[in-house]
Design a protein around this ligand. Sequence first.
Ligand SMILES: Cc1cc2nc3c(=O)[nH]c(=O)nc-3n(C[C@H](O)[C@H](O)[C@H](O)COP(=O)(O)O)c2cc1C
Length: 260
Amino acid sequence: MNLYEAIFVRKTVRKYKMEPLEQTILAGIINFAESIPHLFEGINVEYKLMEHSNIKKHFSGVLAFSAPYYLVLYSENMPGYRMNAGYLMQQISLYLTAKELGSCYLGMLKPRNNKPENSNTDSSKLDYVITLAFGKAESEVYRSSDKAKRLPLDDIAIFKSEVSRNIKTMVQAARLAPSSMNNQPWRLVVYNNRIHIFCKKNIFLSGVLNEVKLIDIGICLAHLLVTAEELWVDVKTIHLDNISSIAFKKNDYVISIKMY
Ligand SMILES: Cc1cc2nc3c(=O)[nH]c(=O)nc-3n(C[C@H](O)[C@H](O)[C@H](O)COP(=O)(O)O)c2cc1C
């Protein structure tokens, strides 16, 4: 199974066998994580692998479940860093799915220290972003995509012109992206060879929850770009000033994907 195939069978796993994974598997995960090209160049990130026994030392708050491992992502706090983090972490989640391992994002975990310990770079430049719990699932690790609870395609995407089958597949993959509390904040406008990505505004949510939405958008971008790669569609992400200057009532413009 490759990352693209994993998109259509991945689900969140919250019950784990508390048994260790082989060192080669753990090393494979870290190698994969460090090999993923970033969404935005020039943002330093660092991964820390933690076992359940030391998660309490690093994080406060209640853990609703236990997992044998936690992959913690720290990033340089620069424009686009949350989106970049979601984009990277989702590809790791898909890699774990392809290896028959379960995973679950932990959006509510609060680090005792916002900076990584024993950092490879200057830790003062890095901030905690998100954690992915993972390990062998207690039960089924796969789910067919028709069982995923998601908004209908028409609610998240508008097609302003006739588009190719490849672009439709990309949008279907985007629809399946996981999000914090399954909020699915992405709204896509597809026109010719461009997909414009917007984020749904929520006047009742502010602060942390709004920040999490940018991680969600990065996750959605991972599904779009992994699918483009699988279908041999050349893509580039662009930020269009003419769209971002328009004030939309319900959505904020985030980014566009241009297909060649
Ligand atoms: C950024 C982010 C944070 C999340 N935080 C939590 C969490 O703290 N606890 C939890 O049980 N699930 C968490 N989830 C999992 C979502 O609830 C889940 O992805 C969503 O309900 C869709 O379900 P699915 O992944 O099985 O398709 C999080 C997901 C994302 C993307």
